[in-house]
Structure formats: structure tokens, C-alpha cells
Design a protein around this ligand. Structure first.
Ligand code: MCA
Ligand code: AMP
Length: 500
């Protein structure tokens, strides 16, 4: 069977699919060029049969054509983060064991010697997408794996969450129904394209529905406002940090600019916030500035979207609404029983949107599900007046900064590898811009000459930029409880005191 996404695109051939940094592209362009990419990836074979193809391209047309090419050839697309240093990319390449990497020439250098060391083919995008003959791509069953997204957990380094075509379809169909997508929609996209938020909620939902996705090369508040000001964008989705940045940008603009921006934003039919808790003051200020009441929803890489405020009806500030179509949600208390009405519990999710497995990690996959097949999110919530409110995460070691999920333990491991570091503790400190700000308390080895800057550059060379601690405190010792365990609440307090 040809994938439903492709069949639907065939019906929309003449519609505009993408407005991208590289130009304007129709669904016909996307079908034709992704067929070329598929043919080149197949290199004479019938089917990639689940081979992983890592993709390192800037957000835009090439990214999308390559992703569809991988899917049509029967491969698993593994999008790499364009902001990551070589060390993080090397980790993903070692774990995913791809057969090839597709890279844009401007980013290929980021791979350093890693590809050569691993004997991996690097296919550069201009050549991969160049005109040429195309063969018939294989039939790809929906139950096959489509996408692998790396996500942090409490144990070890990031894991590859494997989503099937059927998962992606279920996620998109659920959002199409809940948020009323139509072919007339025009959505703006500047979110990173290695997460569910950017890939599924924005890009794939738009292309599934025959709508237009306008991809910006990067997030810039003024560019977003100027696009909204034209009044033709119907949908906008982002993380709370972005809405806050947009508010700041609006507040620093002159009166005429403000009113043009406000006027344009008013004509959007829906604006959605997610990936992290939306502070109520941000929701309220955004509504004053644009007349738009943000629709807050809750999701996770492993489940897609789970809970959402309504498209029509009351969007309750501070709440994430109710289960989306096709998604079963329950709350379980610490004993594993259904939480009492009004009491908190862990959010557990089941249904066709839920991912298949963590790549090559059967033990961790099994531990992530209950015996009866519910995925344990590790998020705590309570239902009040019929709507879910997120209380926080079960683990203090999972942080969210600017919508990026990170593991404190992973950062601690990297800092401990510094020769001058005896011990350290990483915490998330509440922050108005980032939601949580990554902070590290570090005990230096006696006589070691360790500075904050040297630690930051050590971390920068090894970790994604958003994992690098923004504040580092050099301390004589870490606060511990009677059992000798570091007390993270006390570590966090050190930073709050430091601010005062
Ligand atoms: C960049 N920096 C950050 C972050 N991003 N620091 C903390 N947290 C971040 N998220 C740092 C950079 O390292 C740099 O530090 C400084 O901030 C400025 O960097 P710049 O690249 O200019 O930042 P930016 O362009 O302003 O990016 C901020 C951003 C971006 C727009 C908020 O982080 C973003 O697009 N976040 C969205 C992530 C997302 O899509 N998450 C979805 C995953 P220095 O100056 O020291 O070098 S969650 C998901 O998919 C689930 C399913 C869901 O529910 O949605
Ligand atoms: P990720 O693994 O990057 O997909 O991040 C998923 C996590 O983001 C969830 O487990 C939640 O902790 C958090 N999250 C997503 N949406 C919301 C929201 N609306 N409010 C609070 N937390 C959220």
C-alpha cells in the first residue's frame, strides 16, 4: 500500500504545500522530488527495510523532501538537531546505527570525522535531490517504523523513541479532528524539526490536510510578527518561551508597529501553546495583545498529544483540558490504583498514538509500560472540574527549558568528566523566560583551577546548547540528607538565594 500521506498529497498535487527558505513548492513538487530522493536512497534495492537514515538539514524544503523520500523508500527517518555539537551527533549516530546520513553542505562539517570513523555514507542534499530517473518505490505498511526521535529520560543518555506510520497517522487524525484543520489553513513553522511538536503537530498535520506550511529559517520575534501582520496565517503553534519573547518584542515596538502586529495576529483562527507549562500571566498578556486566547495542550514524544483544551468552548487558563480523540488517559496513584477524584496521580496513556519502543532498549521499553499496556508518562496531574491540571514531573532529574526536555543526570555525567570537578549537582530553577533554567552546583577538586567559564566551554563542546548550565556555583560541598543522597531542593535553593 502507498502511505496515506502520499495518497492524500496525490489528490492535492496543484496546491501549495510549502513556503520555505528555498522557495515555494506544490504537493506535486514534493511528490516528484521525494520520489527522486527515495530512488537514490534505494540505490537499486527494492526497499530500505527499516534502515535508519539520519537527516541533518536546515528546516525547509530539503528537510521535508528528504523525510518523505526516506518514508517512501521504506526507511526510518532520524532527524538530527541542527544546533547540536559533534559530540551529541556522534552519540545519535552510534546509537541509531544508520546506513547513511543525508546532510546539507552547510551542516556536513558538523559531523567532524564521525561519519568517516563509522564508515557511514554522507549523501549531500543537492545531489540527492537532483533531477534524474525514478523507480517505483516499495509498498510500505503503516505498521512499519517511520521516525526515531531522541528524547531524554532519567536513565543514561537520550533514547530513540520509535514511531510507526500508524502512530503518526493516529496523531495527525486526532489533531485534525480536535483543532479543525482544513486545506485552507496556513501555518507558520519555526520550531526545531527533531521533535514531535514541529514534525507532527505542525509540518505533517499541514501536509496531511493539503494545507500550506510556511517554514522560517529560525525563530526571530520580529519576523514572526511581520508574518502575522500580513493577516494570512491561520494557525500558529509554539512553546511558552516563544510567546513570552513575542510579547517582549511587541512591548518594545512603537505604537504604529504594535497596532499592525496586533491587527494581523487577530485574523489567525487558532494559536496553540505546549511542550511546557504555559504561565497564566503569559496567556493573559497574549490575549490582551492579540485578542487570541491560547489553546494549551499537553504532549510527549512517546505519545504525541494527549490532552487539549477545546477548539470551541472555554479554554481554561492553567489547565490542559481533556483527552484528545482516540487517546485514552488515566491517573494512577503511587499504589497503582486509580487516583481518587480530586487527587493527583501519574498520567498514563494508551491508544494508537503511543510509540512502539525505545530503539534497542527492550528493558527500558518494558519498564515504560504497565502490565496492561498503559504508557507511564512520569507526569503528575489532577482533574478539577473535568479538566486536567499538570502538577509536575515524578522525577526532579527531568527538566524542561524553553520546551526542551533534558536529563540533569546526563549533564552531571559530563561535568564530572572534567578533570577539575570532584562532584556536582544539576537542577532546574524556575525561570520566567525558560520555564526552568539549568543550573549546576560544582565542587572543584582541591588545588584544581576551575572557573565557571571553563566549565561552560567544556560542557558546550559536549552537549546541546540548551543543556549547558546557565548558572554555575562553585561550592565547598553539596547538601545531602542523612542517607548521603544529594538533596536537590536544597541545591535549587542555593540558586534562588544567589539571585536575591
Ligand atoms: C536556546 N538556548 C536555550 C534554549 N534554546 N537555553 C535554554 N533552553 C532552550 N530551549 C540558549 C542557547 O544555547 C544560547 O545560549 C541562547 O539560549 C540563545 O540561543 P538562541 O539559539 O538564540 O535561542 P533561541 O533561538 O532564542 O531559542 C529559544 C527557543 C528554542 C526559540 C525557545 O529553544 C525553541 O525553539 N524551543 C522549542 C523546543 C521545542 O520545539 N520543543 C518541543 C519538544 P548562549 O548564549 O549561552 O550560547 S516537546 C515535544 O515535542 C512534545 C511532544 C510536546 O508536548 O510538544
Ligand atoms: P518531550 O519528551 O520533549 O516530548 O517532553 C514532554 C514533556 O513536556 C511532558 O512529559 C511534560 O512534562 C511536558 N509538557 C508538555 N506539554 C506540557 C504542558 N502543556 N504543560 C506542562 N508540561 C508539559
Amino acid at each position: 500500500m502507498t502511505l496515506e500521506l502520499i495518497q492524500r498529497a496525490e489528490r492535492n498535487r496543484s496546491s501549495q504545500a510549502l513556503l520555505a527558505p528555498e522557495g515555494v513548492f506544490s504537493y506535486a513538487d514534493l511528490l516528484d522530488v521525494s520520489a527522486l530522493a527515495a530512488t537514490r536512497l534505494l540505490a537499486g534495492r527494492d526497499d530500505l527495510e527499516g534502515a535508519r537514515i539520519c537527516v541533518l538539514t536546515p528546516p525547509g524544503w530539503e528537510y521535508t523532501a528528504v523525510q518523505w523520500g526516506v518514508w517512501r523508500a521504506g526507511g526510518i527517518a532520524v532527524p538530527l538537531a541542527t544546533s547540536h555539537p559533534t559530540a551529541e551527533l556522534a552519540y545519535v549516530l552510534a546509537d541509531a546505527e544508520p546506513e547513511a546520513i543525508v546532510a546539507h553542505p552547510s551542516l556536513a562539517g558538523r559531523l567532524g570525522n564521525v561519519a568517516a570513523e563509522r564508515g557511514l555514507t554522507v549523501l549531500q542534499t543537492p545531489a540527492l535531490l537532483r533531477e534524474g530517473p525514478t523507480g517505483g518505490p516499495p509498498a510500505v505498511d503503516e505498521e512499519r517504523a517511520a521516525l526515531m526521535l531522541y528524547t531524554s529520560g532519567t536513565t543514561g543518555r537520550p533514547k530513540g523513541a520509535v514511531l510507526t506510520h500508524a502512530n503518526i497517522r493516529a496523531q495527525v487524525e486526532s489533531l485534525t479532528e480536535a483543532w479543525g484543520w482544513t486545506p485552507q489553513d496556513h501555518i507558520l513553522l519555526h520550531l526545531p524539526l527533531h521533535h514531535v511538536h514541529g514534525i507532527v503537530n505542525v509540518l505533517t498535520s499541514a501536509l496531511w490536510n493539503g494545507a500550506t506550511c510556511e517554514i522560517l529559517p529560525r525563530f526571530s520575534p520580529v519576523d514572526v510578527w511581520e508574518r502575522l501582520a500580513r493577516g494570512d496565517v491561520t494557525l500558529y503553534m509554539a512553546v511558552p518561551t516563544v510567546f513570552r519573547r513575542l510579547i517582549e518584542s511587541w512591548e518594545s515596538a512603537d505604537a504604529a508597529t504594535r497596532s499592525a502586529w496586533t491587527e494581523g495576529a487577530r485574523s489567525c483562527r487558532l494559536m496553540v501553546s505546549g511542550s511546557a507549562a504555559l504561565p497564566v500571566p503569559t496567556l493573559e498578556r497574549w490575549e490582551q495583545v492579540t485578542g487570541q486566547r491560547l489553546l494549551e495542550r499537553y504532549g510527549m514524544t512517546e505519545i504525541g498529544m494527549g490532552l487539549s483544551n477545546p477548539l470551541d468552548g472555554h479554554r481554561r487558563p492553567g489547565y490542559v483540558g481533556t483527552p484528545l480523540p482516540g487517546v485514552a488517559v488515566r491517573l494512577l496513584d503511587d499504589e497503582g490504583s486509580a487516583a481518587q477524584p480530586g487527587a493527583g496521580g501519574e498520567i498514563q496513556v494508551r491508544g494508537p498514538t503511543v510509540f512502539r519502543e525505545y530503539w534497542k532498549r527492550p528493558t527500558e521499553t518494558a519498564a515504560a509500560f504497565t502490565d496492561d499496556g498503559w504508557f507511564r508518562t512520569g507526569d503528575q496531574a489532577v482533574v478539577e472540574g473535568g479538566s486536567y491540571r499538570i502538577l509536575g514531573r515524578s522525577s526532579v532529574d527531568i527538566l524542561k527549558t524553553g520546551g526542551e526536555k533534558i536529563s540533569a543526570l546526563e549533564i552531571e555525567d559530563v561535568l564530572r568528566a572534567h578533570e577539575g570537578v570532584e562532584d556536582c549537582a544539576v537542577v532546574g530553577v524556575p525561570d520566567p523566560d525558560w520555564g526552568e533554567r539549568v543550573c549546576a552546583a560544582v565542587v572543584a577538586r582541591p588545588s584544581a583551577r576551575v572557573t565557571r567559564e571553563s566549565l561552560r566551554s567544556f560542557a558546550k563542546a559536549r552537549l546541546a546548547p540548551y543543556k549547558v548550565p546557565k548558572d554555575i556555583l562553585l561550592v565547598d560541598g553539596l547538601p545531602r540528607n542523612a542517607m548521603g543522597k544529594v538533596t536537590k531542593a536544597e541545591v535549587r535553593a542555593l540558586f534562588s538565594m544567589d539571585e536575591d
